[in-house]
Design a protein around this ligand. Structure first.
Ligand code: F0G
Length: 456
């Protein structure tokens, strides 16, 4: 039976329709940097699934009735209740977004010279580790290196490497193990419960805290019910609860799977770590019952956490991504397989073999999607992950040249996604016409947000 979204559209927002000359002008004015293109010039915005989901009538009703009391507001207790029930952590703090959660939790457990181990650190996560003078090491499982393989859990951490490091001479320096579910920096692939349980055991044996970066906990839980035999027939809520129960704490941006425009949380078991976080929270984000969030966002989160775990919603969201993946493949464009949920990762290196890494095939494809169809997405290749010399020449390319096409929650219809596949299909018919790009100027850190490029 075909799945369909368990909601109907009640409020809509017009999207800009532009001409190719207008887009050429806008992209050139932005220095060929997608982050500098005004949203008013973007027709289909697939830059991120973060804070871009459509809110429900129930979320807006709760938001309208929010209690703005400084301390102990009703909205805080609703937020708290939803997260208590889901995560079970005794200490829970609201923060304004995921990176604030990272900064606060990591500064309670890491210090200069310490190491953070992960399946893959997301970019702000890595930045927050490194800003503390600690080292962020990614240990993706070997299966992740084969973009075409259909292995169901390519988001897993490499357990052999993890054990080797924990047991080796650097083991004493490991301050945390952080597992990102789903693995956004690793093709949006899920992590199995078996992998999480094995991490739990290793962390217990070596007495290292085990945290989740749970931004997409519901989508990971859904993929577990679909791909891990032991969990077939479990509800996504039960799987998510079990995942949280395995960890010593979590950071979670709630702009993704709480379908809220803003918000995040920190969950912690250890009372002493929680106390250190609380001091930092109050000094830098806000009091412990709002943590930098407006009451209306506490409400949107509490309600969104209910809605996101609805199996009908998760099934139709997964089907939407799978449908797009199928159309994209039929159009002759390969993606990181198997498709996850929140984004597809296009294999731009393979589509544009005439462009060497130094000409940034991922960026070139992202620019072409914008120029040809007003579609915005972002490169995940050498521009983002490569190493550069001082003249902005690429010294070490990234292992893959990808483009992430994120799918905001409840936002675009099947027809919008079919349009995206059509535009990609047009590009794939004539790939040699896509030009190379060069870096004109780039800052040393968080390069991709601030670069200026030109056509070669
Ligand atoms: N962790 C993961 C896995 C993320 O994907 C993000 C954000 C964060 C942490 C940081 O959360 O944005 O609330 O501060 N990802 C967005 C993206 C920006 O487009 O993938 P935040």
């Amino acid at each position: 039976m075909k799945s369909f979204p368990p909601y109907r559209v009640q409020v809509v927002k017009e999207i800009p329709i532009t001409t190719r000359p207008e887009r050429e002008e806008a992209l050139s004015r932005a220095g060929y940097n997608m982050f500098d293109v005004p949203a008013g010039m973007v027709t289909i915005d697939l830059l991120t699934d973060s804070g871009t989901g459509a809110v429900s009538a129930a979320q807006e009703a709760a938001a309208a009735a929010a209690d703005r009391s400084y301390a102990g507001s009703d909205s805080y207790y609703r937020f708290r209740h939803a997260l208590d029930e889901l995560t079970g952590f005794p200490h829970i703090f609201p923060v304004h977004q995921g990176r604030a959660a990272e900064r606060i939790l990591f500064s309670a457990v890491l210090a200069p010279g310490r190491i953070s181990l992960s399946n893959t650190h997301f970019d702000t996560t890595r930045a927050n580790v490194e800003l503390l003078g600690a080292q962020a090491l990614d240990l993706p499982c070997p299966e992740a290196a084969d973009l075409d393989s259909l292995d169901p859990f390519k988001g897993n951490i490499d357990l052999a490497r993890l054990e080797e490091i924990l047991a080796g001479p650097d083991g004493e320096r490991v301050g945390q193990v952080l597992i990102t579910i789903t693995n956004n920096g690793g093709g949006g692939q899920p992590v199995s419960m078996a992998n999480l349980k094995a991490v739990r055991e290793l962390c217990k044996r070596f007495q290292v805290p085990f945290f989740l970066d749970a931004a997409r906990f519901a989508e990971n839980a859904w993929l577990v019910t679909q791909r891990e035999a032991e969990y077939a027939g479990h509800t996504p809520r039960a799987v998510a609860q079990e995942a949280f129960a395995l960890a010593d704490g979590c950071v979670a941006s709630l702009k993704k799977d709480a379908i809220s425009p803003m918000g995040a949380m920190i969950g912690i078991s250890d009372a002493e770590v929680a106390q250190r976080c609380e001091v930092n929270l109050i000094a830098t984000e806000g009091f412990r019952t709002y943590g930098g969030l407006a009451a209306h966002d506490l409400e949107r989160v509490a309600q969104g956490l209910e809605e996101v775990l609805n199996p009908h919603y998760l099934r139709s969201r997964t089907a939407e991504a799978a449908h797009l993946a199928r159309l994209v493949n039929e159009a002759g464009v390969d993606i990181v397989q198997p498709p996850g949920i929140h984004a597809l990762y296009l294999n731009a290196g393979r589509l544009l073999p005439h462009i060497p890494s130094s000409g940034f095939p991922g960026h070139a494809l992202a620019c072409e999607l914008y120029l040809a169809g007003g579609i915005r997405c972002v490169e995940l290749g050498s521009l983002y992950l490569g190493e550069f010399d001082e003249q902005h020449n690429l010294r070490t390319p990234a292992p893959f040249e990808l483009v992430r096409v994120a799918i905001p929650r409840r936002t675009y219809t099947q027809a919008h996604l079919e349009y995206v596949a059509d535009v990609l299909g047009t590009i794939a018919k004539n790939p040699e016409s896509v030009p190379e790009y060069r870096v004109v100027d780039a800052p040393p850190i968080l390069r991709h947000f601030n670069l200026k490029m030109r056509k070669a």
